[in-house]
Each structure stands twice: as C-alpha cells, then as structure tokens.
Ligand binder design. Structure first.
Ligand code: THU
Length: 130
C-alpha cells in the first residue's frame, strides 16, 4: 500500500468530534513497513493525540525506530502542516533529509523534509556534556 493510500484510509478512522478536523499520517520505516495513525481527541482537550504521534507509536511498538518517509493528510485548504510537537516527534526518529509529504484530501501536496520542518532542532548532541 502506498503511504498516500494508508494515510487517506486511516484518516477516515480519526476520532475528532471536537475539532471535526480529521488527520491521517502514514510512515514508512527503515525496513519498508508502513505504519498509520489518526488523531484521537478527548473531551479533556489537551489529552488528544495527533495522527503523527499515533503512527510513530505504532512503528515503535512494532520494534522499529527509524523513519524513512512520512505522509500527512487532512481536509485543509492548504497541505496540513504538522504541529510543533509533532515536528519534534518526527525529528526524534528521522534524519533531517527524510521526505515529508503534506497533503489535502483533494490531492494538493507539498513536499518538505524533517529538517526543513524543524530547523535548529534540539537533539541528543546538545546534551553531550550531561
Ligand atoms: N492534528 C494532527 O493530528 N496532526 C497535525 O499535524 C495537526 C493537527 C490534529 C490535532 C487535533 O485533533 C486536530 O488536528 C485539530 O487541531
């Protein structure tokens, strides 16, 4: 299955009764396997989780820790940009040059990379003296 199809399909399963904004994310891990996640909201709003977080959790739970490609889709007027927290989560598991495709359900796409989404990212090298 392509990342696009996986993201579109999982987006349908999103639980977003508060925002009515459904998001789907699909990631390809280093081994080539595809993992998908959708946003899961909560009546206690801050407890909701983003689609990207769900996809990353599925990858880690399957025993993988390296991202090769990312695709995120929502019904937005512009290709949906990941929130700040998700940018940091993507940077935890993917190198700067990993391709991230942001998309609208109507087909518009914007290609970027993890590095461009989070320039100057805080990473483990900044804790070298700890
Ligand atoms: N959301 C995601 O799942 N991923 C993003 O990249 C942007 C925002 C979700 C969180 C919340 O459930 C809804 O979209 C509105 O913010």
């Amino acid at each position: 299955m392509t990342l696009k199809d996986a993201a579109l399909s999982v987006r349908e399963k999103a639980y977003a009764p508060y925002s009515n904004f459904k998001v789907g994310a699909a990631i390809r891990s280093a081994s080539g396997e595809v993992f998908a996640g959708c946003n899961v909201e909560n009546v206690a709003y801050p407890e909701g989780t983003c689609a990207e977080a769900g996809a990353i959790a599925a990858m880690v739970a399957a025993g993988e820790q390296s991202l090769a490609e990312v695709y995120v889709v929502a019904s937005s007027p512009q290709p949906v940009p990941p929130c700040g927290g998700c940018r940091q989560k993507l940077a935890e598991f993917g190198k700067r040059d990993v391709k991230v495709t942001l998309a609208c359900v109507d087909g518009a796409e914007l290609e970027t990379t993890i590095g461009d989404l989070l320039p100057g990212a805080f990473d483990a090298s900044h804790m070298a003296d700890v």
